[in-house]
Write a protein that binds this ligand. Structure first.
Ligand code: PLP
Length: 401
């Protein structure tokens, strides 16, 4: 009993370190403050023509401007959605619906996309579309020559993510989008993980569609946006029909409070980008160096072309889920790539991304993603480096037994 009590007391003292910023982020106080009035006194429906409605409309359009500015788009090219998943679905299914009429039924994507891209592609396959899943190299990079070779007469869309959510690899989007454009094929990129971490400029990238999510950048959950290049607006159809909001592309009463928060979050992220990129890169590299001192540890993803806040490893003879649970007990929130929704029970806890970069399944099982953010300190990194080696040793000892 006494031992239990002691343990409980110790637990209270345990440091809490959040290293799962790629999963979600807390709403920044500055963001929350801007949102609050739109839940109460400024509650109007942005479609109403009276003063309450006009006030909401004004806030909504102001948020749209801020988001557009953050990605170097025009405000008329930004369409609010419920988040990254919906933006990806809208881009893929919306273009598929519009292209079907011209007999174009082929889509190209990559093997390492988020399920918000892979699942809509699979659903289109069931409707008679043909999908090419491009392989990636050992770092997770799509090869431009593979894209070039995969394009067909009936290709309507290429969808390749800007930065991978698991291993942090940054894809050569400008080069890939230029190839698609040469062949007259539309290009979508999922920039959910890159916005706020690296420069995202839709003109420089040369994309037609780009997905963003608010909760990855210290904004509220449940809101995102799809950038639709002006000329591409006629080449996409809505997948949600109703009152014709968002110029008919996405019906549903606008979530003004969330949009206001999202706008502020983009503004903040862009203004802090250079300083944060530098700070996080330093912490990330310190973390990577320390973790790679552990026996039989490997870094997943590109050594330099990677997000400043992402570190992803595989540890031989380790079960990733057990590792995450042990770290959690020590106050560290991390993730393994086990959220994979594969229907094959044998592979359920193995990431499709880690497998696609050629890691053998038995090693891929021992993956750990540590993602840093606005509130990560050097002491947090030191704490992880202090406890991780012992946790790995202990887990290996148990598994050997
Ligand atoms: N795309 C990527 C690359 C992501 O990391 C995520 C979220 O994990 C999504 C899409 C889905 O975004 P949301 O959670 O806003 O639906």
């Amino acid at each position: 009993m006494q031992a239990l009590e002691l343990k409980t007391k110790e637990k209270v003292k345990i440091r809490r370190v959040y290293m799962d910023y790629a999963a979600t982020t807390p709403v920044a106080l500055e963001v929350l403050e801007e949102m609050l009035p739109y839940f109460s006194e400024r509650f109007g429906n942005a479609s109403s023509i009276h003063s309450f409605g006009r006030e909401a409309r004004h806030a909504l359009e102001d948020a749209r401007e801020k988001i557009a500015k953050g990605i170097n788009a025009d405000a008329s090219e930004v369409f609010f959605t419920s988040g990254g998943t919906e933006s990806d679905n809208l881009a893929i299914k919306g273009v598929a619906l519009a292209s079907k009429k011209q007999g174009k039924r082929h889509i190209i994507t990559s093997k390492i996309e988020h399920h918000a891209v892979l699942s809509p592609c699979e659903s289109l396959e069931a409707l008679g579309f043909d999908i090419t899943y491009l392989p990636v190299d050992e770092y997770g990079l799509v090869r431009p020559e593979d894209l070039e070779a995969a394009i067909r007469e009936d290709t309507c869309l290429v969808s390749i993510m800007h930065a991978n959510n698991e291993i942090g690899t940054i894809e050569p989007i400008a080069e890939l989008a230029a190839i698609a454009a040469e062949h007259g094929v539309l290009f979508h990129t999922d920039a959910v993980q890159s916005v706020g971490k690296i420069e995202v400029d839709v003109r420089k990238l040369g994309v037609d569609f780009l997905s963003i999510s608010s909760h990855k950048i210290y904004g509220p959950k449940g809101i995102g946006a799809l950038y639709v290049r002006k000329d591409a607006f006629k080449k996409i159809e809505p997948i949600i029909h109703g009152g014709g909001h968002e110029r008919g592309l996405r019906s549903g009463t606008e979530n003004v409070a969330a949009a206001v928060g999202f706008g502020k979050a983009v503004e903040l992220a862009v203004s802090e980008l250079d300083a944060e990129r530098e700070r996080l890169t330093r912490l990330r590299d310190m973390l990577i160096r320390g973790v790679l001192e552990i026996e039989d540890a490997r870094l997943n993803g590109h050594p330099t072309e990677r997000l400043p806040n992402n570190a992803n490893f595989c540890f031989a003879r380790i079960d990733g889920e057990a590792l995450v649970l042990r770290l959690d007990a020590l106050g560290i929130a991390a993730s393994t790539a086990s959220a994979c929704s594969s229907h094959d029970p044998e592979r359920r806890e193995i990431s499709h991304v880690i497998l696609a970069i050629g890691v053998p399944p038995e090693l891929a099982r021992g993956s750990l993603r540590l993602t840093l953010g606005r509130y990560t300190t050097e002491d947090d990194v030191k704490y992880v480096l202090e406890v991780l080696p012992d946790v790995i040793t202990d887990l290996r000892r148990i598994s050997a037994l």
